[in-house]
Design a protein around this ligand. Structure first.
Ligand SMILES: *[C@@H]1O[C@H](CO)[C@@H](O)[C@H](O)[C@H]1NC(C)=O
Ligand SMILES: *[C@@H]1O[C@H](CO)[C@@H](O)[C@H](O)[C@H]1NC(C)=O
Ligand SMILES: *[C@@H]1O[C@H](CO)[C@@H](O)[C@H](O)[C@H]1NC(C)=O
Ligand SMILES: *[C@@H]1O[C@H](CO)[C@@H](O)[C@H](O)[C@H]1NC(C)=O
Ligand SMILES: *[C@@H]1O[C@H](CO)[C@@H](O)[C@H](O)[C@H]1NC(C)=O
Ligand SMILES: *[C@@H]1O[C@H](CO)[C@@H](O)[C@H](O)[C@H]1NC(C)=O
Ligand SMILES: *[C@@H]1O[C@H](CO)[C@@H](O)[C@H](O)[C@H]1NC(C)=O
Ligand SMILES: *[C@@H]1O[C@H](CO)[C@@H](O)[C@H](O)[C@H]1NC(C)=O
Ligand SMILES: *[C@@H]1O[C@H](CO)[C@@H](O)[C@H](O)[C@H]1NC(C)=O
Length: 598
């Protein structure tokens, strides 16, 4: 054996003996290191019909869930990084009463990227072993599928209904032992053993259940996925509009990334985190997904977060130069003291990039190409940045806004010019602009203290009568959409801190279905309609009505602007300036106060 080989083996052995942390690297299978081409994470509804990749996914997830819960790389420990139990993972110590996950923080998108990669890597490793056990006639097909295996995402902006078969208790797939019906690992996760009182505080209602639940009936301990789907469907139009607008219209990473950013937000109150919160809340409805420290245990968490990561990747391809800027983290995490200044080099605890304790940062977790995967809309090899941005904008328009009129669509009448428009209406100078489309878009903006109720809650918005029974609010025919606050008392003493959080909901889809139709959609008309028809109700995740007056820091106002040019091809729409329709919420509890500035 040549001396150098021996030396390099000795060095490798020496380095391996030092290794003390688990390296999250992403998976190499199917990556062309010359061209940069790499496999897609696929949309779930396509992926579920893929045969071998889907079979391997289900079997790999089942194996992961069966791992001894005290093992570092078990489903329980990995899901537990996000929240409970508040213990060290992979040797990264912390002391605050919170999980490692970053919310209301500039680190929200970048933290969840290596987290998803860890999960993907564990499933991929299982898939390699499982593929090798298929009968000889199928083995090479399954091994090829295992090599390019990547986790799927659920695109809730295309179809807000939870995808089949995630709500089926049983699932039928082709296993190494033939076609079998088995317990569906996407349906729930069953704790084994049930977490101790130190892992899951018994004062939490949800802690008593032995499996994860979606929209639980707390009395029977059963999931009610049809209630979750009803709420998701009632919000489907709003979800699509907000997803599209967020990417098409927010070019600054800080307000794009998180709901806790307070500086210079303008009237763009939506964020990736805000969209993400809504899905957690609608799926969970008081169950695991809607309670941050328990959310990671529901297997649908990982379908949801793959989509959140995809929207980040799409946004990054369009706005490649904007990224993490310093931001104060009001809430803190297991390792981050409340009030810390998060930056691009803050460690994304507890995720290591190597075996020697190096933690990821937002810089080293910036691109999907560092981790060997991408998404169908983001083919970033063989093109320059300009072309990539153009391709991704085209893909986004085709997917979520094919007619170019999203968020103004179905508007029943053309805008009619009024000679006496006055006041702070959208873009006063645009009404004479030649390029004007005569269309407006309107949104409700919401600002509220995250800890206003010391528990999570919805604010439901209605156009027209509010049904008397609060149980039906989440999916009422007159519902515009719901805003969700995912508060959980995390780092100690947050109950005394106030941290504003921001959200936004569209109005045009609800205005369009109003009967009788308003005569036009110009600001004075819409302001008058909203003054009479717009209202809101606050409800906690156990369906209890909460008086709006008791919600600390609540401020609701309506904004609108003119669409000067529609989207089309690789072009996003051009808008006039924002204006506030004070009359829409003035004098209502939580609305604009008299004589108050914005
Ligand atoms: C899980 O691992 C722990 C620690 O190694 C061990 O004590 C326990 O018996 C294991 N449980 C099962 C079910 O194998
Ligand atoms: C949306 O998804 C549900 C669940 O998978 C499915 O039943 C439904 O057909 C889908 N809707 C559309 C329009 O594709
Ligand atoms: C979780 O799902 C399994 C079947 O997949 C079922 O046996 C178990 O009862 C479920 N748990 C709950 C609480 O529904
Ligand atoms: C959870 O399982 C334990 C032990 O099997 C049982 O005593 C308890 O009643 C179960 N809890 C619920 C809410 O079903
Ligand atoms: C946060 O850190 C950045 C960069 O280190 C610094 O410029 C900024 O002033 C800090 N902000 C606060 C509030 O401490
Ligand atoms: C990027 O690629 C496009 C299409 O190939 C080309 O037209 C354009 O000039 C390139 N831009 C730059 C800055 O290289
Ligand atoms: C215009 O102003 C007049 C007088 O104030 C008012 O009666 C009329 O309703 C206004 N028209 C519109 C479209 O606002
Ligand atoms: C939280 O409050 C308690 C009691 O007031 C105090 O002892 C503790 O130091 C506080 N913790 C933090 C992280 O501020
Ligand atoms: C007209 O509106 C545009 C876009 O908001 C703005 O940039 C411009 O300054 C305005 N012009 C006048 C004369 O107000």
């Amino acid at each position: 054996m040549p001396f150098f080989d021996l030396l390099s083996i000795l060095i490798a052995l020496y380095l391996a003996s030092l290794a003390s942390s688990y390296a999250i690297t992403g998976v190499p299978g199917g990556v062309n290191t010359i061209t940069g081409q790499r496999p897609f994470r696929q949309e779930f509804s396509t992926f579920k019909n893929s045969g071998p990749p889907f079979d391997l996914y289900i079997l790999s997830l089942q194996q992961l869930q069966q791992q001894n819960q005290s093992a570092l790389l078990s489903f329980y420990q990995v899901a537990g990084i996000h929240g409970h139990p508040y213990i060290a993972w992979d040797g990264v110590q912390g002391g605050y009463q919170a999980g490692y996950c970053t919310h209301g923080s500039i680190l929200f998108p970048s933290w969840h990227r290596p987290y998803m990669v860890l999960y993907e890597q564990l499933l991929w490793n299982n898939a390699q072993r499982i593929a090798a056990t298929y009968p000889a006639a199928q083995r090479s097909t399954y091994q090829a599928a295992a090599t390019s295996f990547r986790v799927p995402y659920w695109d809730w902006a295309i179809n807000a209904t939870m995808p089949d078969p995630v709500n089926d208790p049983m699932i039928t797939i082709n296993t190494p032992r033939g076609t079998l019906s088995m317990v569906n690992p996407l349906y729930n996760y069953t704790f084994h053993p049930h977490p101790s009182a130190t892992d899951f505080p018994p004062t939490d209602t949800i802690a008593q259940y032995n499996s994860t639940l979606r929209y639980p009936n707390f009395a029977t301990g059963e999931s009610q996925p049809s209630l979750a789907n009803a709420q998701l469907q009632a919000n489907a139009e709003a979800i699509q509009v907000l997803t599209y607008q967020l990417i098409a219209d927010q070019s600054n990473y800080a307000p794009f990334s998180n709901s806790g950013y307070t500086d210079a937000r303008g009237d763009a109150y939506n964020s990736l985190e805000n969209m993400h919160n809504a899905i957690h809340a609608f799926v969970g409805g008081g169950g695991h997904m809607s309670i941050i420290p328990y959310a990671g245990f529901d297997p649908i968490f990982w379908l949801h977060h793959a989509n959140v990561d995809r929207l980040l990747a799409i946004w990054q391809a369009i706005y490649p130069n904007s990224y993490t800027t310093p931001e104060v983290n009001a809430e803190g995490t297991f390792t981050i003291a409340p009030g810390s200044n998060d930056t691009i080099s803050s460690p994304l605890t507890p995720f290591h990039s190597d075996g020697y304790g190096t933690l990821y940062t937002s810089t080293t977790a910036r691109y999907t190409r560092y981790f060997g995967y991408t998404y169908p809309e983001v083919v970033d090899w063989g093109v320059n940045a300009t072309q990539l941005s153009s391709n991704v904008r085209t893909a986004l328009n085709n997917l979520y806004n094919p007619t170019g009129s999203i968020s103004t669509r179905s508007v029943p009448h053309k805008y009619k010019r009024h000679s006496n428009i006055t006041g702070p209406y959208p873009h006063p100078n645009a009404t004479t602009s030649k390029s004007s489309t005569g269309e407006y878009q309107y949104f409700v903006n919401i600002r509220v203290d995250r800890s206003a109720l010391h528990r999570p809650f919805f604010i439901h918005f209605f156009l027209g009568p509010v049904p008397p029974n609060p149980i039906t609010w989440s999916h009422a025919p007159t519902l515009i959409a719901s805003h969700s606050i995912l508060y959980y008392p995390i780092a100690t003493n947050t109950t005394t801190t106030t941290s504003p959080t921001y959200g936004q909901l569209p109005l045009n889809h609800a205005l369009a279905r109003l009967k009788p139709s308003p005569p036009d959609t110009a600001p004075p008309t819409v302001e008058e309609v909203l003054k009479n028809e717009l209202s809101w109700r606050v409800q906690d995740f156990e369906s209890r009505h909460v008086e709006t007056g008791g919600v600390r820091g609540l401020k609701i106002f309506v904004v609108g602007r003119e669409v000067l040019q529609r989207a089309g091809g690789d072009r996003f729409a051009v808008y006039g300036g924002w204006g506030v329709l004070r009359g829409a919420t003035e004098g209502k509890v939580g609305g604009v106060g008299e004589g108050e500035g914005m």
